[in-house]
Design a binder for this molecule. Sequence first.
Ligand code: PAF
Length: 274
Amino acid sequence: MSLRAACAALRANGRRLGLVPTMGALHQGHLALLGAARAAGADAVAASIFVNPLQFNASDDLARYPRDEDGDLTKLRDAGCDLVWLPPVEAMYPPGSASVIEVAGPSQGFEGDARPGHFRGVATVCAKLFLQTSADIAAFGEKDWQQLQVVRRMARDLDIPIHIEAVPTMREADGLAMSSRNRFLSAAERATAPLLYQTMQDVARAISAGLPVTQLLADDKSRLIAAGFAPDYLALVAAETLEPLAQKTTAPMRLLAAARLGSVRLLDNMAVPA
Ligand code: PAF
């Protein structure tokens, strides 16, 4: 049965289909997306596992990206996933493919600067997955906040009739945001890693309390460097547009951070109460 036919069967009689796009190496955070899609109204949930070459650039780690297909399939089956789509690269990008989706606005800056072309790849593969499955709901983790805004913008701009459900970041007991890449941290790096979120919590509290944003961000970047991180950015932004903010506003704000610890690039973000 083709993917289209399988999805159409899951959507028969007005049933709503949820989609959880992933690149595999699944952890609790991914499995929470399945539950969130159901909670948002999906009667059936499909997951895709596709390590999307289009969102990796030369300096990125496509070859090093963790893969565990058997483990992923077991986890998805145990979580009650109704359909798993594991397309080969040629199915997603047949020879001669010449179209990509470029989202301006929220793609700019931050991960857009650090990983040129990354969001072009994400937007293109997500649009294809949305259209291939005709899913009614797609669940994305807030862990990749910028990605979430890019995907929302793309679906809205292209009139793709899908609800994007945002799912809060799942954290380890010590606060480290769950990520497939955490497995590459050494024991010493793993012990240091939660300091990123702790620092962000301190910064967010201080911003809410009205302390000067620019100075705070500079001081806390230095604190991260002293602890062994190589911070890429620590920034206060408007939550939806990702426009950098030099002072707090009453509109929703988000604190974004990316920092390298050894060979692992950690990403995190959190809401900043006004
Ligand atoms: O967040 C991810 O795992 C990927 O960027 C996604 C959304 C599955 C697109 O390849």
